[in-house]
Design a protein around this ligand. Structure first.
Ligand SMILES: NC(=O)c1ccc[n+]([C@@H]2O[C@H](COP(=O)([O-])OP(=O)(O)OC[C@H]3O[C@@H](n4cnc5c(N)ncnc54)[C@H](OP(=O)(O)O)[C@@H]3O)[C@@H](O)[C@H]2O)c1
Length: 236
């Protein structure tokens, strides 16, 4: 249970972050969902009883500091926010891509730098890795590097800031609005096609990824770990 614990979800208005917010509320936590779009956060608050919301951008240090300035203490942080720019032509200027790495890696690190002094004993951070770390896909080289970087961030920070715990969850192809943001014309059929060859031949659900995040928040013996929730996609 997370009774009376303070959970912060950076990227909590939809997709996996919203599923984590809902599951943490169901376990009795106070949950603050953070995102850039006020309307999406308000819809999330309608959907999840008792959810608190705060507009902020993980790329904007001042806005992230404002999120935590309003909290007396924190128990668990899940960071879902990450770039939807998964790759692009390698002959484009690197400056076109740098921001995408900054967001996932330095953005996550900035959240940790801001929040860890507020953490109560037993506290944890969970980052977003991804299938692309182990199974890089052509055209998705940005994700392939950046998700691996956050998985490694969990391992190094687990050592740097022990006994606070740092972990990552690496989703496979998961049914969330992210895919519409990346490929507005793709349609769900194309994703079904990709997942048909996986050991469990379907998309992962946001709730299934959220279950892994909630496990990492609650199990005090797990740190420096990456949990894969991918329907066996890494093995085929
Ligand atoms: N879905 C998949 O198949 C899959 C697979 C592998 C890895 N992942 C990773 O898992 C994480 C969650 O994925 P998802 O599918 O749930 O994504 P999603 O449906 O696109 O949701 C992302 C959430 O993060 C917020 N957000 C995005 N950029 C932000 C920023 N700069 N600052 C603050 N909030 C921000 C979004 O709200 P606003 O846009 O309003 O800010 C939204 O609430 C991501 O890091 C993603 O890369 C997903």
């Amino acid at each position: 249970m997370l009774m009376e614990q303070q959970v912060v979800v950076i990227g909590g208005s939809e997709g996996i972050g919203l599923a984590v917010a809902r599951a943490a509320r169901a376990l009795g936590a106070r949950v603050l969902a953070v995102g850039r779009t006020k309307a999406k956060l308000e819809a999330a608050r309608e959907a999840v009883l008792g959810l608190e919301i705060h507009v902020a951008d993980i790329n904007d240090t001042a806005s992230i500091k404002a999120v935590f300035a309003g909290l007396a203490s924190v128990d668990h942080v899940y960071i879902a926010a990450g770039s939807t720019k998964i790759g692009g032509p390698l002959d484009h200027p690197l400056s076109d891509f740098r921001h995408r790495f900054d967001e996932r890696l330095w953005g996550s690190l900035e959240v940790v730098r801001t929040a860890h002094p507020l953490m109560r004993p037993g506290g944890s951070f969970t980052f977003s890795g991804g299938l692309a770390s182990d199974r890089p896909a052509k055209g998705a080289w940005v994700s392939g590097i950046a998700t691996m970087a956050t998985e490694q961030l969990a391992r190094v920070l687990a050592i740097e800031l022990a006994p606070l715990r740092f972990n990552a969850v690496a989703p496979g192809y998961t049914d969330t609005p992210m895919w519409n943001h990346i490929f507005p014309d793709l349609g769900s059929k194309a994703l079904d096609e990709v997942t048909r060859k996986h050991l469990v031949p379907r998309l992962v659900t946001a709730e299934e990824v959220a279950q892994a995040v909630l496990l990492l928040m609650q199990n005090q013996a797990i740190t420096g770990e990456t949990i894969h929730v991918d329907c066996g996609a890494r093995l085929v």
